[in-house]
Design a protein around this ligand. Sequence first.
Ligand code: ADE
Length: 418
Amino acid sequence: MKYDIRDIKLAEEGKQRIEWVRDRMPVLELIRKRFAKERPLRGICIGACLHVTTETAILVSTLKEGGASVLLCASNPLSTQDEVAASLVKDCGISVFAIRGEDNDTYYSHVNHVLDSCPVVTMDDGADLVSTIHKERRELIEKVLGGTEETTTGVIRLRSLESKGLLAFPLIAVNDADTKHLFDNRYGTGQSTVDAIIRMTNILFSGATFVVCGYGWCGRGIALRAEGMGANVIVTEVSPLRALEAVMDGYRVMPLVDAAKKADVLVTVTGDTKVLASEHFAVMKDGAIVANSGHFNVEVDIPALERLSVSKKRVGELIDEYAMEDGRKINLLGEGRLVNLAGAKGHPPAVMDMSFANQALSAEFIVKEGKKLDKKVYPVPEEIDRRIAEMKLQTMSVEIDKLTPEQEKYLSSWELGT
Ligand code: ADE
């Protein structure tokens, strides 16, 4: 079995952490038990490019129980938990290609190692497998039945391929399922981003001015949690609708160049490039802390920060202090990569439970239905989304009401008024 990881001797520590998380992912556990009986993925090779975390370990072992062979590489050079990679290789027999801190060349050589296995199903977080297949490994297209995509940024890339008529196989936008983005993006990113900033810096949130760039589901979650810790939250947006929502949710909204002057902490989570740029670095306060929680490390214009600064010094684990010409210092967390995975452990297992239930059931759907699908980006089937919500409630021992036959009839009629 081929693999490339930091150190196989870390496996014991990884195993212990994976077991802790297993008990916190009960929906995936229900799916694992069914998969073990029914083996719906028998003989299927799945190539996965995901953050190599304890939660991902539960997902890939569930896919394996379903009969799949799985190869896994990292979807970000700084998100790999090396002990988890070691345990996946040693205890689960999964080929892992991921080393925390790997450089760009190693990252793409790992992506290509996974693709060398000729996957029938791709499972991406950020679309690097799919984009590499479309750009450089077109010989693989014929064998691919379809794939799944975990994150907003990945879905945007896939829709771009689709709109240009270039998409070569069907893909399921897992991100867009309600049981994914309403929980993972909002509560997962909210908690894990705040968690990472606190772990890395130990700053006091109470009374701090905290700027969130972007008010999508992730931005909403970060603002909510930062406010809950006592920060004064400012939101910046380009969409009038989202800006209005932020205002009515009780936040101050203003242009980023004005917010940057007031900020103690700035987090960008827009999915776009060069959001925090020269004009913002020029006006930031001395000691400002800058972080990114979007998928790629393009939201903070690091080359501009390098150009504008006179020196750079590492002042803590993954904290770089840039000294500006006028003496101000700006601190960049996690080299501008996803701060919640670079500086903490990513989203909690309780939300990844639903995200990865969507992944597992979407993979099963592709194996069953893939041949009938067009070369399009599809939503997760509604029955799957609903079933995951039902299973999650069941595992939380939460019961809900049912419509009476009279109520059902009322809702489907138009005749009845006052
Ligand atoms: N994305 C965000 N948090 C994650 C986690 N804990 N595991 C895998 N992918 C993630």
